[in-house]
Design a protein around this ligand. Structure first.
Ligand code: HEC
Length: 208
């Protein structure tokens, strides 16, 4: 009669299946909470929504060997300082517009989407907006009617998506907030718009 070793018995493998499934479930629950904490606005890498009240820069960090967002002095979007709640509402509205119009069909945001059109993760900082004084207005006008504006010289035109002024402003808020997210240097080697002439209201400090 063939001998049955403990490690080859059926009951051992049944127990193993139960333990491994249970262990993986515990690990997944832990990772879910860990991820949610990391991607929530106001955490280490994702700034609170009220960051749109500040200047945002993207500078090379020698220690990390890539570019990181730097939150600078107060520089409110559309000249109005918003509370955390108001900023959240505006950014959320912009995000909903981006989802509703399916911008990811052509663009990439935070690593998701297509590469037909420029990456939008740091588009708030794109020098193509001209100067920081005209940037907000240029962005709103571009989003409302991009069809007659050759912007980045990529040779492709963005279609008119029927975006209202209100939606365009919210979208700009979303884009500004997104540019402040620490994405581990992605996209890399990104040249940012010159913001140096702004009044130095406070010492710029690195994103926490
Ligand atoms: C059908 C494809 C398509 C869709 C959909 C699309 N875009 Fe574009 N977008 C483009 C192209 C192409 C360009 C480059 C235009 C140029 O250089 O003149 C562009 C450029 C831009 C720019 C300038 C980027 C930069 O940094 O220079 C922004 C901002 C932008 N789009 C935002 C959006 C938003 C927000 C949406 C969704 C509401 C959207 N786009 C949907 C094709 C698209």
């Amino acid at each position: 009669m063939a001998q049955t070793y403990w490690w080859s018995s059926e009951s051992f493998w049944k127990k193993m299946a139960v333990w491994i499934t249970a262990g993986a479930a515990v690990a997944l629950i832990f990772l879910t909470f860990d991820t949610v904490a990391t991607i929530t606005a106001g955490s280490k890498r994702v700034p609170p929504y009220s960051v749109i009240n500040h200047r945002i820069d993207y500078v090379f960090d020698e220690k990390r060997n890539h570019q990181v967002p730097v939150i600078g002095p107060e520089e409110p979007l559309f000249g109005k300082v918003l509370s955390e709640e108001e900023a959240k509402d505006l950014v959320t509205k912009g995000k909903l517009n981006v989802q509703a119009k399916n911008c990811m069909n052509c663009h990439t945001l935070l690593g998701n989407g297509a590469y037909y059109a420029p990456d939008l993760t740091k588009s708030w900082l794109d020098p193509a907006w001209g100067s920081k004084e005209v940037r907000e207005q240029s962005m709103v006008e571009f989003l409302m009617d991009p069809s007659d504006k050759l912007h980045n010289a990529v040779g492709r035109r963005m279609p008119r998506l029927g975006i209202t002024e209100e939606e365009a402003k919210a979208t700009v808020a979303f884009l500004k907030w997104m540019s402040a997210i620490d994405t581990n240097g992605f996209p890399a080697n990104f040249t940012t718009i010159d913001q140096s002439d702004a009044p130095a209201a406070a010492e710029p400090q690195a994103a926490q």
